[in-house]
Design a protein around this ligand. Structure first.
Ligand SMILES: NC(=O)c1ccc[n+]([C@@H]2O[C@H](COP(=O)([O-])OP(=O)(O)OC[C@H]3O[C@@H](n4cnc5c(N)ncnc54)[C@H](O)[C@@H]3O)[C@@H](O)[C@H]2O)c1
Ligand SMILES: [Zn+2]
Length: 361
């Protein structure tokens, strides 16, 4: 069994990789998670696909296993759903000794974590991610929360899980579009942290696209190591963690303006191309690097450009992001070469507009 350890100031925990859900019992015992009952928080789609299997597996360690689902999608990620879950826990007499599991994509994980952080001032929490994005990003690092009044993730808490359990087989049912969106975040780790990993993805693109289980396990575990490394250095995003926002500055702006058309990872793809264009214009990377990067994204069906947006509108939208501090845009850029990155606010409007114009047609 493959395993990656995450070390934060408050907690140390494992991310275990297995085929199937049955191994979760070993992980529960190894991590010392106890409790008489557990509530699995998931969306209706995942409940249908995996609810029974997960329930059966958890019944080995918990006397009672409850499943509470919500309508799939980001629209459910709000305080109404949270309130609904609190009520469910109260009705079923959940106390401090009970546990909560987040099963599914980032929406389920972020909400389950928030419930665990706040219900009775904090109860046991485990993550069982099933989307590629959740496996390589959202389930690791302890950011939990919901959207509020049109702002994404504006209400939340830092709350680490006791473990993350990845059943790699769940990728088989993941819709292709969600897989591609997750791949944008995978490629991001290569750009910001490791040229070797970037080259590995490029060289193994066929195996990855066909979801070869061994290759995917290696890829996801490596991403978890990167995320664990960044989070252990900067749990609450006071410094280094910000490099994970590579491609997200312009990406988020595009996402807000294209809400019903493009999903997060797709916007990150577009945002990364724009950020790469800035590095290219500055002579940090070559045009060949930029072209190869676009070609890699395209191979994984990640969009590199979008239509119907005005660059000035995208630029203005960037200032509505909660990560903008003192109206300064913090940009993550490649530092000297692919695989190294840094955060800077030393960037002119002209440079940004030029980069946006490159990705919006
Ligand atoms: N906490 C963090 O650090 C962090 C980081 C990045 C993103 N996020 C959050 O994550 C969310 C996005 O996550 P997401 O992309 O996983 O979205 P999601 O949870 O909505 O999942 C996407 C869709 O895929 C389906 N799905 C998931 N796994 C599946 C599987 N194995 N088989 C079939 N269908 C499957 C879901 O039912 C859903 O319809 C956003 O809300 C974002 O804010 C959080
Ligand atoms: Zn992202």
């Amino acid at each position: 069994m493959k395993s990656v350890t995450v070390k934060t100031e408050l907690k140390e925990y494992d991310i275990d990789f297995r085929s199937g859900f049955y191994g979760i019992s070993d992980t529960i015992e190894k991590s010392g998670v106890k409790g008489s009952k557990i509530c699995v928080i998931t969306d209706d789609n995942i409940e249908q696909l995996y609810g029974d299997e997960v329930k059966e597996a958890l019944l080995k360690n918990f006397k009672e296993v409850y499943i509470k689902s919500f309508t799939k999608g980001e629209k459910s990620k709000n305080l109404d759903t949270i309130s609904d879950i609190y009520k469910f826990l109260l009705e079923n007499h959940f106390d401090r000794k009970c546990a909560v599991a987040g099963l599914g994509g980032g929406v389920a994980g972020d909400m389950a974590g928030f419930v665990a952080a706040t219900y009775m001032r904090g109860i046991e929490f485990i993550q069982i991610p099933t989307s590629l994005l959740a496996e390589v990003d959202s389930s690791v690092g302890g950011k939990t929360g919901v959207d509020f009044c049109g702002s994404k993730n504006i209400i939340g808490a830092f709350y680490q899980p006791s473990f993350v359990y990845i059943n790699i087989d769940t990728l088989k049912t993941l819709p292709k579009r969600e897989f591609s969106a997750g791949m944008a975040e995978v490629i991001k780790y290569g750009i910001i942290l490791s040229k070797d990993f970037y080259n590995f993805i490029s060289e193994n693109r066929e195996k990855i696209k066909s979801m070869d289980i061994d290759t995917m396990t290696e890829v996801i575990a490596k991403c978890c190591e990167f995320k664990a490394f960044v989070v252990s250095n900067d749990e609450k995003e006071k410094g280094m963690r910000a490099i994970l926002n590579y491609g997200h500055t312009i990406g988020h702006a595009v996402e807000s303006l294209k809400e019903f058309e493009l999903i997060h990872g797709e916007c990150v793809g577009i945002g990364m191309v724009a950020a790469m264009k800035i590095s290219c214009d500055r002579g940090v990377i070559t045009e060949k690097d930029l072209n190869e990067f676009e070609e890699l994204l395209t191979y994984f069906d990640i969009p590199v450009k979008t239509k119907g947006l005005n660059p000035e509108d995208v630029y203005s939208q960037m200032f509505n992001d909660k990560k903008v501090s003192d109206s300064k845009i913090n940009f993550v850029l490649v530092d000297n070469e692919i695989g190294k990155s840094y955060v800077t606010s030393e960037i002119s409007k002209d440079e940004i507009i030029k980069a946006i114009s490159y990705v919006v047609e």
